[in-house]
Ligand binder design. Structure first.
Ligand code: COA
Length: 424
């Protein structure tokens, strides 16, 4: 039995933020029914297409373990079917532009009338306030959530990160909101609305930068490289390059091969607790006792010199050799892994975080599996559904339409083209 077995999700999501949320719920065992516009489907099916005629990786990597029903929710018969889905499901997840659900005729009040236990979970760009009507994408959220202003180097522009913290990050927040609401429903018998605004999700992930914003009032942020370099602080938390956020000086340093390999680098932290071991490893044992070097506070204005010396050493080793030497000494280091190295990583394949999937139209592709491991609810990643692949199955088996009723729905155009044989 899977953790969320028996939970039915009406998945009205598209693009990235909503689909990442419902994919997680599907991995934990929920029956996720993805509702898509007939003939069109989630726009990502056709975005960044790499295999002509097949769903894109954008879609296939975000919609595993779901079923797809084509349904025009603006057609009268389509609305009837959607009403039945709302009656039948436990959770409705959507990330349409603000107001889209109301315009379809399914306001929160109407949804509650249909199913008082329904949990309506939404991603929006912004929470209530002056920007609540905006359509929002990933980078907008990163910028409005404090990530861009604190990412990058001091002498460069604000920078977005490669991690999709606005979309996938908000999907994670929403998933937690949904399972929490499901838990509350078991006690109250009532549904509720769950809202995860993307800006708020990013702010949550930038919590330590807002910590630093307030620490600034008490004086300069001494663990930032900027302090040691004698550069004055402004009014807001600055961009701190590759400084570590936890107060221990850290930098990204070149390793053997850096001249030709853009990822031959390691993260290296000169953690106070292992300073003496760092000195020994890099061949600078004199720093262990030398005035100006022996305590963390003394070292703050010498970080450039210190990391240059560490780098002289890391440049003689590959990033993996640095890891092999430093790990046993508890010196925190991290190889900068390329996406190619991650996809090929045997360890990640064994744990199911990287998986190979077969797809009828595109053949084999690699995907990211479930990053959260439940010992009592193992995840089997299955391929994403083709558009409308389960339309008849859902109408018949989930909603109980059969014979004439089923034929009427197909005729009305509410569900697009269906496999006649399956319908019969
Ligand atoms: N049948 C009929 N109509 C459907 C439908 C279906 N099955 N599914 C969607 N539609 C309609 C919607 O009702 C909407 O119609 P309306 O504009 O007349 O109300 C229309 O399709 C388009 O939906 P919308 O959400 O506005 O799509 P968009 O492509 O214009 O905008 C986003 C995309 C992502 C910017 C927007 O959805 C958004 O801001 N979402 C919230 C924030 C978010 O999740 N952003 C990150 C995405 S990764």
């Amino acid at each position: 039995m899977k953790a969320l077995e028996g939970v039915k999700i009406l998945d009205f999501t598209h693009v990235q933020s909503g689909p990442t949320c419902t994919q997680l719920l599907a991995w934990f065992g929920a029956d996720v029914i993805k509702v898509e516009r007939p003939g069109v489907g989630d726009a990502t099916r056709q975005q960044l297409v790499d295999v002509p005629g097949a769903d894109s990786l954008y879609f296939t990597m975000l919609n595993h373990n779901k079923r797809s029903i084509e349904l025009n929710s603006k057609n009268e018969t389509g609305k009837e079917v959607l009403t039945r889905l709302i009656e039948t499901c436990d959770v409705m997840v959507e990330n349409f532009a603000p107001g889209a659900l109301d315009r379809m005729g399914f306001s929160w009040e109407r949804i509650q009338e249909i199913n008082p236990r329904m949990i309506l979970a939404s991603v929006k760009g912004f929470g209530p306030g002056k920007y609540e009507d905006c359509k929002v994408y990933e980078n907008v959220a990163q910028c409005a959530g404090g990530s861009a202003s604190t990412t990058g180097f001091l002498d460069g522009p604000p920078t977005v990160t490669g991690a999709q913290i606005g979309d996938s990050g908000t999907g994670l927040h929403l998933a937690l909101g949904i399972v929490t609401a499901l838990f509350q429903t078991t006690r109250t018998g009532r549904g509720q609305k769950v809202l995860a605004p993307m800006q708020d999700g990013v702010i949550n992930l930038c919590r330590v930068k807002l910590r630093d914003q307030q620490r600034l009032e008490a004086g300069p942020l001494k663990e930032y490289s900027q302090y040691g370099a004698g550069i004055e602080f402004g009014e807001a938390t600055p961009r701190a390059g590759n400084d570590s956020g936890g107060g221990q000086p850290g930098r990204i340093l070149k390793c053997k091969g850096w001249e030709t390999d853009p990822n031959a680098y390691t993260y290296f932290i000169t953690q106070a607790a292992v300073w003496e071991r760092v000195c020994d490893v890099i061949g600078a044992p004199e720093w262990k006792t030398k005035e100006g070097y022996k305590s963390p506070a003394e070292r703050l204005d010498k970080l450039d010199e210190i990391f240059a010396r560490v780098e002289e050493w890391t440049m003689t080793k590959t990033k993996f050799e640095v890891m092999d030497i430093c790990n046993p000494l508890d010196i925190p280091v991290g190889p900068i892994l390329s996406t190619k190295e991650i996809i090929e990583d045997e360890g990640l394949r064994k744990t199911g975080t990287i998986v190979d999937i077969d797809h009828p139209k595109r053949g084999k592709y690699t995907s990211v599996g479930c990053p959260i491991k439940l010992s009592d609810s193992p995840v089997e990643v299955t391929r994403s559904p083709l558009l409308g692949e389960h339309t008849v199955e859902i109408l018949r088996d989930v909603l109980g339409y059969d014979g004439e009723a089923l034929a009427k729905i197909v005729e009305s155009g509410a569900v697009g083209k269906v496999d006649q044989k399956a319908a019969e």
